[in-house]
Design a protein around this ligand. Structure first.
Ligand SMILES: Nc1nc2c(ncn2[C@@H]2O[C@H](COP(=O)(O)OP(=O)(O)OP(=O)(O)O)[C@@H](O)[C@H]2O)c(=O)[nH]1
Ligand SMILES: [Mg+2]
Length: 434
C-alpha cells in the first residue's frame, strides 16, 4: 500500500501499476514487475556486461604437457600459440591477452604460460621466475593504489587470479619440482592442481594417483585453492568438486564422430576420449568450477587474501604500522613524521661517520706527507754535505794545480835563463878560438 504523493518518475523501477477498487472504497495498488532495491543486482549485471570481464590465468607445467590445448578446449577457441622448444636455459613466462566474446559477454583473458619448465638439469630455481612475476603484478597494483591520481577505470589489473598446475600423468607421485613450485606460490595465488593428459592413465591408477597427490600436498603443507561454501548451493557443488581434486583432464579441440553426434575428443584405435564426458575425464568439472561457479570468488580471493598478504608485508617492510608502541592507533601523518625523523637521524649519523672517516684520512695523509717531507729534507741535507765535501776537494785540487802551474812557469823561466846563458858562453868560446 502506497501513499498518493509517491513519485512515479522512475520508469525503470515502476513498471506499471494496477489499481483495484476495494469493497470499502480504498484504492489498493497491486504491483507487477521489479520494484525498489530488489533491482540493485540488475544494475550490477548491466554495468558488468557493459564494462566486460577480465580474467588472468597462469598455466604452470612442463613443455608439451598440454597447456595450450586445455586452454583452447576451455574457451572453445583456437588461441594461436607456437610450440616451445625443450632447450631454454631458464624458465620463462609467455604472456598473451585475448579479447573473447560469448553472446553479449566480453572477456579480456590473459594467459600466462611457462616456457622451458622442467627442461633444465638443475631445477632448483625454476619456481623463481613464476614467483617474481606474481609479485610484480601485485607490486604494480600497489603502486597504482598509492598514486595520488589513480586511474582504476583504465587500469588493466594483471594480478593472477588462478594458477592451473599441470601434473605429469606418471601415476607415481609428485616430482620435487612440483612440490617446490607449489610450495613457493601457494600463498600468492589460487592453485588448482590438474593431472594432465589423463587419458594416458588407467581409471584405477588414476584414482590411486589422485589420492597420492592429495596426501603429498597435505603432508608438504601446500596451500591450494579453497573452494567457497558461502551459500547452500555453492557449498553443495563445491564440496562435490573438492572430492575430485586434482582434476584429471584431457584436452582436444578436434571434433570426433560418436554415434550420430560430433563431440570434442581424442580418437584412438581402441575408442574415443570425449573431453566433455564426465565418465571419461574431469574437464567439465574444471570448466564449471572455473568459469561458472567460482570465477568471481577466485578474483575476490586474489584481492582479499593473496594481494592483501603481499600489501601487508610490503607496507610493514617499508615501516608502516596501524598501532604505535603504546598499542594506540597511529595516523599516516604520524608514521610519516616518525619515518622522516628516523631518516633525518640516520642521515646525520651517516654524515658524522663520513666526517670521522674523512678526518682520519686527513690525519693519515698529514703524517705520510710529514714523513715524506722529512725524508726529502734528510736527503737534501746529505746531498748538500756531499756537495760541500766535493767543493772542498775540488778547491784543494785547484789550489794544487795552480801551485803546479806556478812551479812549472818558474822552472820554465829558469831553464830559459840557463839556455840563454849557455848560448852566450859558446859564442864567446868560438870568438876566442878564432
Ligand atoms: N594424450 C593427450 N595428448 C594431449 C592432450 N592435450 C594435448 N595433447 C597433445 O600434447 C601435445 C602438446 O600439447 P600442447 O597443448 O601444445 O602442450 P603445451 O604444454 O602447450 O606445450 P608447449 O607450449 O610447447 O610447452 C600435442 O600433440 C597435443 O595434441 C591430452 O589431454 N591427452
Ligand atoms: Mg603451448
Amino acid at each position: 500500500m502506497f501513499s498518493n504523493d509517491i513519485s512515479y518518475s522512475n520508469q525503470n523501477i515502476f513498471t506499471y501499476f494496477f489499481f483495484k477498487q476495494k469493497e470499502d472504497n480504498i484504492r489498493c495498488l497491486t504491483m507487477f514487475g521489479h520494484f525498489g532495491f530488489e533491482c540493485l543486482p540488475h544494475q550490477l549485471v548491466n554495468r558488468s556486461i557493459q564494462q566486460g570481464f577480465s580474467f588472468n590465468l597462469l598455466c604452470v607445467g612442463e613443455t608439451g604437457i598440454g597447456k595450450s590445448t586445455l586452454i583452447n578446449t576451455l574457451f572453445n577457441t583456437n588461441l594461436k600459440d607456437k610450440k616451445s622448444s625443450h632447450f631454454y636455459p631458464n624458465v620463462e613466462l609467455k604472456i598473451q591477452t585475448y579479447d573473447l566474446q560469448e553472446s553479449n559477454v566480453q572477456l579480456k583473458l590473459t594467459v600466462v604460460k611457462t616456457v622451458g619448465y622442467g627442461d633444465q638439469i638443475n631445477k632448483e630455481a625454476s619456481y623463481q621466475p613464476i614467483v617474481d612475476y606474481i609479485d610484480a603484478q601485485f607490486e604494480a597494483y600497489l603502486q597504482e593504489e598509492l598514486k595520488i591520481k589513480r586511474s582504476f577505470v583504465d587500469y588493466h589489473d594483471s594480478r593472477i587470479h588462478v594458477c592451473l598446475y599441470f601434473i605429469s600423468p606418471t601415476g607415481h607421485s609428485l616430482k620435487s619440482l612440483d612440490l617446490s613450485t607449489m610450495k613457493s606460490i601457494g600463498s600468492k595465488v589460487n592453485i588448482i592442481p590438474l593431472i594432465a593428459k589423463a587419458d594416458t592413465i588407467s581409471k584405477n591408477d588414476l584414482q590411486k594417483f589422485k589420492c597420492k597427490i592429495m596426501s603429498e600436498l597435505v603432508s608438504n603443507d601446500i596451500q591450494i585453492y579453497q573452494f567457497p561454501t558461502y551459500d547452500e548451493t555453492t557449498a553443495q557443488v563445491n564440496t562435490s568438486m573438492k572430492g575430485h581434486l586434482p582434476f584429471a583432464v584431457a584436452g582436444s579441440t578436434d571434433e570426433v564422430k560418436v554415434g550420430k553426434r560430433m563431440v570434442r575428443g581424442r580418437q584412438y584405435p581402441w575408442g574415443v576420449i570425449q573431453v566433455e564426458n564426465e565418465n571419461h575425464c574431469d574437464f567439465v568439472k574444471l570448466r564449471d568450477m572455473l568459469l561458472c561457479t567460482n570465477m568471481e570468488d577466485l578474483k575476490e580471493q586474489t584481492h582479499t587474501l593473496h594481494y592483501e598478504r603481499y600489501r601487508c608485508c610490503k607496507l610493514q617492510r617499508i615501516g608502516f604500522t596501524d598501532v604505535g608502541p603504546d598499542n594506540q592507533p597511529v595516523s599516516f601523518q604520524e608514521i610519516y613524521e616518525v619515518k622522516r625523523q628516523e631518516f633525518y637521524d640516520q642521515c646525520q649519523r651517516e654524515e658524522e661517520v663520513l666526517k670521522q672517516k674523512f678526518m682520519q684520512r686527513v690525519k693519515e695523509k698529514e703524517i705520510t706527507f710529514k714523513e715524506t717531507e722529512k725524508e726529502l729534507q734528510d736527503k737534501f741535507e746529505q746531498l748538500k754535505r756531499v756537495q760541500q765535501e766535493e767543493t772542498i776537494k775540488l778547491e784543494e785540487e785547484k789550489r794544487q794545480l795552480e801551485e803546479e802551474i806556478i812551479n812549472f812557469y818558474k822552472m820554465k823561466s829558469g831553464s830559459e835563463t840557463f839556455q840563454t846563458q849557455g848560448c852566450t858562453s859558446i859564442k864567446k868560446d868560438k870568438e876566442r878560438k878564432k
